[in-house]
Design a binder for this molecule. Structure first.
Ligand SMILES: Cc1cc2nc3c(=O)[nH]c(=O)nc-3n(C[C@H](O)[C@H](O)[C@H](O)COP(=O)(O)OP(=O)(O)OC[C@H]3O[C@@H](n4cnc5c(N)ncnc54)[C@H](O)[C@@H]3O)c2cc1C
Length: 465
């Protein structure tokens, strides 16, 4: 096929330059044995940050100890090596560092340095194009990508690493509120700029809420912080005390209810041996995908309806220091938690009035200066505000994953079209695979998927490799 003059060509196109896309690029550079052209499309000015690692602020810590954050499955100590070499946390031994929740900004620096090093040693060439991809037309031989600036590319292999979309605030008209009244929790500078004497409301009580609270505290916020969510469950802390000792395999054969009973029993037994419940969650952590995939469809639906909130706070934990800070603010009364559903937001002069409904009826309106949207990651494919994903779904090149979550992909990560046909030239990594895998968000999963996706793309380029 001959490309029009305005169409550029690449061997591998990676859509999204967050941690997942950077890890795919890293694997492609490291394993390429020929002069391949790898293109990474990322509208943000820096690749390797994405949402999680774009924060420059020291109070935003990793939710996973540094020792488990390597980007390379075959080099378990690679992130620790980087931290030690960069003297990122002075005066801490390697063993201590492995258990430390370091600032997230170090992870972006790590990915960027490893990409530069891999580029210097690889016969392949990495080009970063700072544009969003707005359309993809998968073809048997060459995929065609359209960019937001009107240009187009062709690539033999494509990896979709589009990551996390933020859920919009669950109130009609939120987008039309005056500027500055609603700030996304992932706008790290914007949240800090809200700090002052006035009251604020945070919608959502998960990890992004914790991020916003510690940022406001670091910036000297003195006003009240109202935290509103339907369940009002706060993320729980990590704990020292080891991993519980039991065989988790039998859980896979149990229906949901029996599993939950068994997990509670394991937690009691662990506690009797001085191991906290967190040790039970750590024991089953490597089985996250198998636990999801071994539930039948009805139990998966039950999990999503009744269990997921409780699962999330136990599974997605925060550093003890962050938890202690949020807890102290709540005890002091500065942070007030409301179990309620957001109703409307009304602008009244310089005040934003938050109306919400709890179990006992309407809450007294909260008068705040601004609202922080910490509702977290949008997992429903049809609700994701990403033009590329909307185009893929509309054109039948993709279909939503099980339960409408993410995009459907086969066991090897190939995107399935509307008929369920896998398209081996388009691989999916990261949170878009949530419906199929459930555990597909954090670095331990992303690094394996990135390795697999790069390998599949390179094999497609050269079947001998
Ligand atoms: C606040 C927060 C903290 C977290 N902390 C941790 C942690 O400590 N440890 C851990 O293991 N995990 C953590 N996670 C999980 C996190 O999702 C992963 O670690 C990882 O950052 C996900 O990377 P990603 O590249 O898949 O997604 P993202 O970070 O969302 O990056 C996706 C990128 O794709 C780009 N993009 C999207 N669509 C297009 C398009 N059409 N064209 C071009 N580019 C596009 C976006 O601009 C973005 O930069 C955290 C998540 C969040 C949200």
């Amino acid at each position: 096929m001959t490309a029009p003059d305005s169409t550029r060509q690449a061997d591998l196109a990676i859509v999204g330059g967050g941690a997942a896309g950077a890890l795919v690029a890293l694997n492609a550079l490291r394993s390429a044995s020929a002069a391949l052209h790898v293109v990474l499309f990322e509208p943000a000015s820096t690749a390797g940050q994405g949402i999680a690692y774009a924060t420059p602020w020291p109070e935003h810590l990793l939710n996973v100890p540094a020792g488990k954050m390597t980007g390379l499955p075959d080099q378990p100590g690679d992130f620790l090596d980087f931290l030690l070499q960069a003297d990122a946390v002075p005066g801490v031994s390697r063993a201590e560092l492995a258990d430390t929740f370091v600032a997230r900004r170090h992870y972006a620096a790590y990915l960027q340095q490893r990409l530069e090093q891999a580029q210097a040693q690889s016969p392949a060439r990495l080009q970063v194009v700072h544009e969003a991809v707005v359309a993809l037309h998968p073809k048997a031989s060459l995929n065609v990508l359209a960019l937001a600036d009107g240009s187009s590319w062709q690539a033999r292999g494509v990896v979709l690493a589009c990551g996390n979309s933020m859920r919009p605030l669950p109130v009609p008209g939120a987008d039309a509120l005056p500027p500055g009244r609603v700030v996304d929790a992932w706008d790290y500078d914007g949240v800090r700029m809200l700090a002052g004497a006035g009251d604020l409301a945070i919608i959502g009580s998960g990890l992004s809420m914790a991020d916003s609270v510690v940022a406001l505290a670091a910036a000297g916020h003195r006003g009240r912080i109202h935290v509103l969510s339907r369940h009002a469950l706060l993320p729980l802390p990590h704990a020292h005390g080891g991993i519980a000792r039991f065989d988790p395999q039998p859980l896979l054969a149990m229906p949901l209810r029996a599993r939950l009973r068994a997990l509670r029993a394991h937690a009691r037994e662990a506690a009797a041996q001085g191991v906290p419940w967190q040790g039970v969650m750590d024991r089953i952590r490597p089985l996250g995908q198998a636990l999801w995939q071994s539930l039948d469809g009805a139990d998966q639906r039950r999990f999503l309806r009744h269990v997921v909130r409780y699962w999330d706070v136990h599974r997605h934990r925060i550093a003890e220091s962050v938890h202690a800070q949020v807890d102290a603010l709540e005890r002091s009364g500065q942070l007030q938690r409301h179990r309620a559903r957001l109703g409307t937001l009304l602008v009244q002069g310089s005040t934003l009035q938050v109306h919400a409904h709890g179990a006992a009826g309407a809450l007294a309106p909260l008068n705040v200066g601004a609202v922080i949207n910490a509702t977290g990651v949008e997992t429903r494919a049809l609700a994701m505000r990403n033009p590329l994903l909307q185009q893929l779904l509309a054109d039948g090149h993709a279909r939503p994953g099980p339960h409408g979550l993410g995009l459907d992909s086969d066991v090897d990560g190939a995107l399935r079209d509307a008929q369920g046909q896998a398209q081996p030239g388009v691989q999916v990594v990261g949170s878009l695979r949530i419906g199929t895998l459930w555990e597909s968000l954090a670095i331990p999963e992303l690094r394996s998927q990135a390795q697999q996706a790069a390998k599949a793309a390179l094999t497609r380029h050269d079947p001998r490799s």
